[in-house]
Design a binder for this molecule. Structure first.
Ligand SMILES: [Zn+2]
Length: 312
């Protein structure tokens, strides 16, 4: 039976407010909580610390046993995808990043995101490639380019966030059948686009071998305070995130994600110990000294639409 998405607000029985935030809910509300959209019974699941890493997993809401969302509910897999696609495709003057297929599924056109990201780099990262005088320089052209980039990043991080909020394996299969990712005229696997903390090792190896040709989506939980590195060319601000540790035949490898920012204002919106879904390019240098366990990789962020909160 489909379980739907993890939720972070609910309606309390016999009260007016349609969506009470999880911060105001507790286990004591169980038995009186409903889906904000379709009224199915939901329950509060307490937060906890995961494994030896002590990574915090925040509280969330899930469907009660034997309950089901209505098919068009925004907390169901299909309903959540349809809502995101509608919002994404409703923006005028911008080619739709989601293409609807005859069978009712959608194709996510990664090429559009890659092209938009290239324009963004050329126009808005100081010092990267100062093309502001060439063509897309001023006025409405520049604004249209900005809108397009925001829209594509919002769609990419939005669809990856939906994936991150699904845990049930049947739901994951349904999700993958409804959204296919197209890049350079072929479909790429969801696993090549989306990485949670159990697959940092795979992501690191692909990045170190320069095998990543498009942005990827990564689930990270922030561990450090904001760091500043004056010597960086573009990405001065950064946070270290919770790691993935692999122990193999007495050999330890620790995969360490760092999210790095070109804009201090965006960096300051990040909260320590919170979990985020980030879409961006990943960089890694292969570790020359194999006796050193740390394998670092960086995710670059220059647009606030690359980040989604409320992923746990
Ligand atoms: Zn529902």
């Amino acid at each position: 039976m489909a379980k739907g998405l993890k939720m972070f607000s609910a309606k309390i029985k016999e009260t007016e407010e349609p969506a009470v935030n999880i911060s105001k809910l507790s286990k004591s509300h169980n038995g009186r909580l409903h889906c904000s959209h379709c009224n199915a019974d939901v329950e509060y699941v307490s937060g906890y610390l995961r494994d030896a890493s002590k990574k915090p997993v925040a509280a969330y809401l899930r469907l009660c046993k034997n309950e089901e969302h209505k098919s068009d509910c925004k907390n169901s897999v299909k309903g959540s995808i349809e809502q995101l696609v509608d919002e994404s495709n409703a923006i005028e003057d911008i080619p739709s990043i989601f293409e609807i297929q005859d069978d009712g599924s959608y194709v996510f056109r990664m090429n559009l995101l890659v092209e938009a990201q290239k324009i963004l780099k050329d126009t808005s990262i100081p010092g990267e490639n100062d093309n502001r005088e060439k063509g897309i320089s001023t006025g409405s052209d520049y604004a249209r380019t900005g809108n397009r980039i925001n829209s594509y990043f919002r769609s990419a991080s939005g669809i990856a966030k939906l994936r991150a909020l699904i845990e049930d394996s049947a739901d994951i299969e349904l999700f993958k059948s409804l959204i296919k990712i197209q890049y350079k005229n072929k479909y790429i696997k969801w696993n090549d686009f989306y990485y949670d903390e159990s697959r940092y090792d795979i992501l690191y190896r692909r990045a170190a071998k320069a095998k990543l040709h498009h942005p990827v989506a990564i689930n990270v939980t922030v561990k450090s305070d904001l760091g500043y590195y004056a010597g960086a060319k573009v990405f001065h601000w950064s946070y270290r995130c919770f790691t993935m540790r692999v122990d193999d035949d007495d050999k330890r490898q620790v995969f360490v994600p760092k999210i790095q920012f070109s804009d201090e204002k965006i960096a300051n919106q990040i909260t320590k110990l919170s979990t985020y879904l980030v879409v961006g390019d990943v960089w890694a240098n292969s570790q020359a000294d194999s006796s050193v366990p740390y394998r670092n990789f960086n995710i670059s962020i220059f647009n606030r639409c690359q980040i989604k909160h409320e992923v746990h």
